[in-house]
Write a new protein. Structure first.
Lengths: 364, 219
């Protein structure tokens, strides 16, 4: 195999100026919450490294994550990302298909230390027959690919936590990458979870840039998510937060409160329990994010978000109807009435057994 | 079980179970207590000015002369934490949403900063009355396990709620789940401990006042 060109060489070949590259690095530095002084360091690091091989595996997914990636903040960032890494296998984006596509993956796997990006959950029930690619089950393909990988990046909530395929009743036994490692079904490698349904484009590219720059996993939270993007909750960064604190809530999607942009908590916003960068990085080139368009957060970057009750039920409201309440009230009344009859019987038997004390009794 | 699963459980099945036990226990005990009855008092009622069941309901909420000075922690601390609890429980916006979902009634909320302050005052007052209970020999002697237990199950929901809102100690989601769980423990425990006074307090005062009024004693 030919020596992979460094990113600087690759960029020069494509006519991208040093200045444009530095601008990209500065934007990336600010995105990753790094000081501006880090931009040259990023440029140096990115410029020197050979384009790492990336294998992108798509399992039980909807291609939303790929769609999101292709709408990365600006076309230059998108093209840079595609040029910075050697994307050797990706169903949707690669030109090859069939045998040739699988061959590309096998070739890339010959050189250990590649990066594996996964989107979609992996079905493990019934031997993993519910999703296969080229006759290979998702589980087998992931197992083989992860074996010699440097790290795995789980793109999207399905790959990170199981997502919608894992939602109750989970007919395919779907699981996320981390869960498979915990169960010992695939080799244990460093995992970066980049959840979201889909994840923010700039977050996907930002996490990759961080890995390429520092050659290491960024600081992660307890759920394996990069802290620089998932460190704060949507609620804490929400521009509607002052209305929450003032107790001003929209009660319906078209009442006066909604028109005035009041807090959507009562309409089921899951912002308080959701960690993501939507409220700061925003979507569509920084245009807005769901809450800004008038809809509450559905909590898509959290595990089990699909089974967390209705999207339109307030976080403090019961997730399910209280089905036992009526029965319990009737049972309580029955027990209470029963007890009161017992107490009355006790009282009347005590009364019947009562003997009048006489002077004689006291002298005994 | 991760924190989201715990939160889903306490918001769903956990709440269902807790409310069921609470309703069962409360209705059971109300039926049982109010069906006990008393022997009819056949003596002629003696009237005294100001003596009545209703009078006692109000009168017993005021400290008797001199007591405020002798036992300030009990009265001021007791008032502070009861009023504080009422503010925190009934005037915090997310709580009102819960109540509206359960019984359909709602009312305006206080700004969250005011509720925060009430929570701090409530916790401080509760700690004070606990310290007083331990420090004063008579109170300590009169206290049983139940007194400390009910203090703890009342204190925990306020503490976890405050920690959750302030993002202290644990991640918000975990703390919120623990907060709801602690409230569910309170709901389960309430009908079967002295916490049942939330339902019986005023009725028993009225009953005592009425009986004393019959005897011509204003208390």
């Amino acid at each position: 195999m030919n020596r992979r060109p460094t990113i600087a060489e690759q960029l020069a070949r494509q006519g991208i100026s040093r200045r444009a590259f530095l601008k990209f690095c500065a934007a990336t530095a600010s995105l990753m919450a790094l000081p501006p002084g880090m931009a040259p360091a990023i440029a140096e690091a990115l410029g020197k490294i050979r384009r790492p091989s990336v294998i992108w595996l798509s399992f039980q997914e909807c291609t939303g994550c790929t769609e999101s990636l292709t709408r990365s903040h600006s076309p230059t960032v998108e093209s840079l990302i595609f040029d910075m890494i050697s994307l050797d296998y990706h169903h949707t984006l690669q030109a090859a298909s069939g045998e040739a596509a699988e061959h590309a993956r096998e070739e890339a796997m010959k050189e250990p230390g590649y990066l594996v990006l996964v989107d979609g959950s992996i079905p493990i029930k019934d031997g993993g027959i519910y999703s296969t690619i080229a006759g290979i089950s998702n589980l087998q393909m992931l197992k083989d690919t992860v074996e010699n990988a440097a790290a795995v990046v789980s793109i999207g909530t399905c790959a990170a936590f199981g997502g919608i395929p894992m939602a109750n009743p989970n007919p395919t036994g779907a699981a996320g990458v981390q869960a498979l490692m915990d169960q010992g079904l695939i080799a244990r490698k460093p995992v970066i979870n980049v959840p979201g349904c889909p994840p923010i484009p700039a977050v996907i590219t930002g996490v990759l840039a961080h890995y390429l720059t520092f050659g290491a996993i960024p600081p992660l939270d307890a759920l394996g998510r990069p802290l620089n993007f998932y460190g704060d909750s949507i609620h804490d960064r929400c521009y509607r937060r002052p209305f929450y604190d003032q107790g001003k809530f929209a009660k319906t999607f078209d009442d006066e409160g909604a028109r005035k942009g009041w807090c959507l908590f009562e309409l089921g916003c899951k912002g308080p329990t959701t960690h993501n960068a939507c409220a700061t990085t925003k979507w569509n080139d920084g245009t807005s994010f769901p809450i800004e368009s008038g809809h509450g957060c559905i909590g898509c970057s959290e595990p089990n978000f699909w089974d967390a009750g209705s999207f339109y039920k307030a976080l403090s409201a019961p997730a399910d109807p209280l089905s036992f309440a009526a029965g319990a009230a009737v049972a309580g009344a029955a027990v209470g009435v029963g007890m009161s009859f017992m107490n009355r019987a006790k009282k009347s038997s005590a009364k019947a057994a009562h003997e009048t004390a006489t002077l004689k009794d006291l002298e005994k | 079980m991760n924190e989201m699963e715990l939160l889903n459980w306490v918001r769903g099945p956990g709440l269902n179970i807790a409310v069921a036990v609470f309703l069962l226990g409360t209705i059971w005990r109300l039926f049982e207590i109010y069906s006990l009855g008393r022997k009819q008092d056949l003596s002629a009622p003696r009237n005294a000015a100001g003596a009545s069941g209703w009078h006692t309901v109000v009168r017993r909420s005021m400290p008797p002369p001199g007591m405020l000075k002798r036992s300030p922690v009990s009265y001021i601390g007791g008032y502070a934490f009861h009023i504080g609890l009422a503010i925190v429980v009934f005037l915090f916006a997310p709580h009102i949403v819960l109540i509206e979902n359960l019984i359909g009634l709602s009312w305006p909320a206080l700004p969250s900063q005011v509720v925060d302050l009430a929570a701090v005052v409530t916790m401080a007052a509760m700690v004070l009355v606990l310290v007083d209970r331990i420090n004063k020999p008579v109170k300590r002697f009169l206290s049983t396990f139940e007194d400390y237990f009910t203090w703890a199950v009342t204190f925990l929901p306020v503490l976890t709620g405050y920690l959750a809102v302030q993002h202290l100690l644990l991640p918000y989601t975990t703390m919120l789940a623990l907060h709801i769980l602690s409230v569910e423990i309170l709901l389960v425990v309430l009908p079967f401990t002295k916490l049942f006074h939330v339902f019986t307090l005023f009725a028993s005062r009225w009953y005592n006042g009425n009986a004393n009024a019959h005897k011509g004693v204003p208390v």
